[in-house]
Design a protein around this ligand. Structure first.
Ligand SMILES: Nc1ncnc2c1ncn2[C@@H]1O[C@H](COP(=O)(O)OP(=O)(O)OP(=O)(O)O)[C@@H](O)[C@H]1O
Ligand SMILES: [Mg+2]
Length: 242
């Protein structure tokens, strides 16, 4: 008998209020995108997903193609007190900085973006095999995909990368920016897509969140207020609209 949606094992997001919107959390072993414009809270969302998992005994991995790892660690420490450096030393977290020259994967305008993405996929595959994390966060791939000239290439490179991630069994969160519609091609290939926005209500900007899709799951069809405080992100029960 086929498993009903609610019987699939779930991975808790670690964002208070989020799992209720998606019937219990991310499906284990799936690729989940978080889309939003700059400053929307994507990196905080994914960092909280990793940090909360480690707190419950899971192993985390962060791959940073855009921001350097040092910068991300400093940012999460100063904003929320999440001590990724210590977790890394304790072996609970591995952080892979794609800009690390040792990996010879550094971005350069001389490198063909398709070659870069093929090598990036291989790097991800190797690191997942070596470390076998429970949770993976890849921060902002948009810039690399933007440089690929044809949408069908973006689709096939996305499918290859996401296929590699799924095959390893890790539950992943991938952040993507909204530049030039590339996000839509990545969202198509993902198992779930979550959108972060800012809504203008009168003179105020309010952060918001909604679920665009989650394959094989019920989702809430409402836009919710997203709060950021010193404890991280919380999804409110309220809508930004009265
Ligand atoms: N302790 C805090 N309390 C409230 N807001 C905070 C706190 N720490 C950081 N922020 C806010 O969180 C936001 C950071 O969001 P984040 O870095 O996740 O954005 P992003 O979507 O990843 O953007 P980008 O595309 O530029 O990487 C900033 O706007 C910052 O002001
Ligand atoms: Mg970010």
């Amino acid at each position: 008998m086929a498993l009903q949606g609610s019987e699939f094992p779930r991975t808790k997001s670690g964002i208070p209020g989020y799992d209720e919107l998606v019937d219990g959390g991310f499906h284990k072993g799936t690729v989940n995108t978080i889309t939003g414009s700059s400053g929307a809270g994507k990196t905080v969302f994914a960092s909280q997903f990793i940090h909360s998992g480690i707190k419950t005994g899971e192993k985390g991995m962060i791959i940073t193609p855009s921001e350097s790892a040092e910068y991300l660690k400093r940012e999460m420490m100063s904003s929320f007190g999440w001590d990724f450096s210590t977790l890394e030393k304790e072996g609970k977290l591995s952080i892979i900085d794609v800009t690390d020259p040792v990996l010879r994967l550094q971005k350069s305008i001389e490198i063909d973006p398709v070659d870069f993405l093929i090598n990036f996929r291989k790097l991800v595959e190797r690191k997942l095999e070596e470390t076998r994390p429970d949770r993976l966060f890849i921060d902002d791939l948009t810039a690399f995909f933007m440089a690929v000239d044809a949408p069908f290439k973006v689709r096939s490179l996305t499918d290859d990368l996401f296929g590699t991630i799924r095959a390893s069994g890790v539950t992943s969160v991938i952040t993507i920016g909204t530049a030039f519609g590339i996000n839509q091609l990545l969202e198509y290939g993902a198992d779930s897509a979550t959108m972060l926005n800012r809504e203008r209500i009168g003179n105020t900007l309010i952060r918001s969140i909604y679920i665009m899709k989650m394959r094989g799951s019920k989702i809430a069809n409402s836009i919710r207020v997203l709060d950021i405080s010193d404890d991280g992100l919380t999804v409110s029960a309220l809508s930004p609209y009265p």
